[in-house]
Design a protein around this ligand. Structure first.
Ligand SMILES: C[S@@+](CC[C@H](N)C(=O)[O-])C[C@H]1O[C@@H](n2cnc3c(N)ncnc32)[C@H](O)[C@@H]1O
Length: 231
């Protein structure tokens, strides 16, 4: 099935509100555990002076979880949508954990023009994360150029996203399942996201063609893709 790109930024107010209100905590906790297990296996400790960046952070659900999991590190959530960043700041302010979120800040910036110096002038990024971002990016080059630019030799990348279904029939079945749980706006956005997602082979080909062989990519279940490792 051909990919159909969708707008990169999520900027419409009702779209942002629907996304921010939805409960994705099961998947978010799973991602944090996966990253934690990966770091433990590699003997990497995210303590003082370490920097974690969450690209395409949206309403900040994962940025907050990263901040709570690694309280000694600094966490920066980045999104190009002013409305998403506004909601992320609001969520942080109203969070029952707000006292512990002092290591978390947000930046409104497009990943295509983002400079390392906008994030930190002193620290290299130790952990570069994204969730459900890659499918928004029209050209894969823009995503990989961004992670390449932001990564140093210490940076561990961990990026998870939807996988494009093999057929429109399967995409419509997944949309129907989504509609059982979420409202129309979110369901239509989810369908557009499925159609805009990349396949395992597309990511593998990009990594191979661009000699990024330190990055691994694998399928998680039948709906997700994970890219991890060093650039
Ligand atoms: C589906 S949301 C995921 C939000 C969050 N990572 C999560 O898992 O809940 C994708 C986010 O990526 C942001 N985004 C898309 N393209 C971007 C770009 N070029 N630069 C910065 N942010 C971008 C969108 O505005 C949106 O907030």
């Amino acid at each position: 099935m051909e990919r159909i790109a969708e707008p990169e930024l999520m900027e419409r107010k009702e779209q942002v509100i629907s996304y921010a209100k939805a409960d994705f905590s099961e998947g978010e906790n799973k991602l944090i555990n996966q990253i934690n297990n990966f770091l433990i296996n590699k003997n990497i400790c995210l303590d003082e002076n370490k920097l974690i960046v969450d690209l395409g952070c949206g309403p900040g659900n994962i940025s907050e979880k990263l901040s709570l999991k690694w309280p000694k590190a600094d966490v920066v959530g980045i999104d190009g949508s002013k409305e998403m960043i506004r909601i992320a700041e609001l969520n942080k302010k109203n969070s029952p954990n707000r006292c512990q979120l002092k290591n978390l800040r947000y930046l409104c910036a497009d990943i295509k023009s983002l400079k390392t110096s906008e994030i930190s002038r002193e620290k290299n990024i130790s952990l570069l994360v994204s969730n459900s971002l890659i499918h928004h990016i029209t050209y894969l080059d823009d995503f990989f150029n961004c992670i390449d630019k932001l990564s140093s030799n210490i940076t561990i990348n961990f990026h998870k996203d939807l996988k494009r279904p093999n057929s429109e029939k399967l995409a419509l079945e997944l949309k129907e399942k989504c509609a059982e749980k979420y409202n129309d706006i979110l369901t239509n956005d989810y369908y557009a996201s499925l159609m805009a997602s990349y396949t395992l082979q597309e990511l593998k080909n990009f990594i191979f063609d661009n000699k990024l062989s330190s990055l691994e990519v694998f399928e998680e279940g039948d709906q997700y893709l994970v890219i991890y490792g060093k650039v």
